[in-house]
Design a protein around this ligand. Structure first.
Ligand SMILES: [Zn+2]
Length: 171
């Protein structure tokens, strides 16, 4: 019996699973790293409380760096296998430091409009700033999405060919 070819048979399935698993693990760690534990009451800080705080801070930092490590793995898996990350995944990863961007926790979002006097509503740009490295991602809100480069090149080639045909017809 050979491999069944059906809708359930996805090429590179193990790689897709790996990317998905890494992403979910990183998201889990990142979302559990930022939640702050109960603050110690009063100003008195005995040794035990301080020790607990320090170990808590250590654990948080470890979760963060582990999360970033997983995203780095995810990115290299995607690069090596040439599997494109889904846009929703890509939008939540900082391309400068591989942090997972969680709104209000590891990143913040503002809408920027650099047109004169903010008169052009279509110039709105969503700016996501990474708290870890300060890098920003920008997403045009209103402007239509540009097609992928190979598609653009193909289209411009076709247009040129059509123009060339038109000129030869005219001769
Ligand atoms: Zn970053």
């Amino acid at each position: 019996m050979g491999k069944s070819k059906g809708p359930g048979n996805v090429p590179n399935r193990p790689t897709y699973s790996r990317i998905s698993y890494l992403y979910q693990a990183a998201a889990y760690l990142a979302s559990h790293a930022e939640t702050k534990g109960p603050e110690p009451e009063g100003t008195e800080r005995d040794g035990a409380t301080l020790e607990k705080q320090v170990s808590h801070a250590h654990a948080q930092r470890n979760k963060h760096s582990l999360s970033r490590r997983l995203i780095t793995d995810l990115r290299s898996t995607s690069l090596k296998s040439q599997i494109r990350l889904s846009p929703s995944m890509k939008h939540t990863i900082c391309k400068f430091c591989d942090s997972l961007l969680i709104e209000g926790e590891t990143s913040n979002t503002i809408v920027e409009n650099k047109s004169k006097g903010c008169k052009k509503p279509w110039a709105d740009v969503l700016v996501v700033k990474c708290h870890t490295c300060g890098g920003v991602k920008r997403f045009p809100v209103q402007a239509p999405r540009q097609k992928r480069r190979p598609i653009r090149e193909k289209e411009s080639e076709e247009k040129q060919r059509q123009q060339a045909d038109a000129t030869t017809d005219a001769d």
